[in-house]
Write a protein of this length. Structure first.
Length: 117
C-alpha cells in the first residue's frame, strides 16, 4: 500500500517496470527519487556525449586541404563504398596497421590527422 502525505492510501499498480510505477507515484516517494535521479544522470551523460560528438564533427576535414580535395574519397557525390575503396587503395599496409589502435599517427600524404580516442 502506498500512502500519501494527505492520508490517502492506494494499492500499487502491479507492473514489470518500476519506472511506470514511479510515473504513477508522487515525486517525493523515496524509492522513486533514486530512479528519477538515475534517469537525470543518464540524460545528462547522453547530452554530454552528443555535445562532444558535435564538437568533433565541427573540426576541419582532411578534404579541406586543396592537395587532396579533388581525390575521389573527398567527393560526397560518390557512393560511400567507392569513396572508402579509393581511400584504402591510397594507404600503405603500414598506414592501415597504424590506424587499428586507439592512438594513430597522421597520414600526411592523405592529410588525415593523428588521433587519440
Amino acid at each position: 500500500t502506498i500512502c500519501y502525505r494527505d492520508g490517502r492510501c492506494r494499492v500499487p499498480f502491479c507492473c514489470a517496470s518500476p519506472l511506470l510505477h514511479c510515473s504513477l507515484s508522487l515525486p517525493w516517494n523515496p524509492s522513486c527519487l533514486k530512479l528519477r535521479m538515475a534517469e537525470i544522470g543518464i540524460a545528462a551523460c547522453l547530452c554530454l556525449m552528443l555535445a562532444m560528438a558535435a564538437g568533433g564533427a565541427l573540426g576541419s576535414s582532411p578534404c579541406d586541404d586543396p592537395s587532396v580535395a579533388n581525390l575521389p574519397f573527398c567527393n560526397p557525390d560518390l557512393d560511400l563504398v567507392d569513396r572508402v575503396k579509393d581511400l584504402v587503395s591510397r594507404m600503405s599496409v603500414t598506414d592501415m596497421i597504424s590506424q587499428l589502435g586507439n592512438t594513430a599517427p597522421a597520414i600526411e600524404h592523405l592529410n588525415i590527422p593523428a588521433y587519440q580516442w
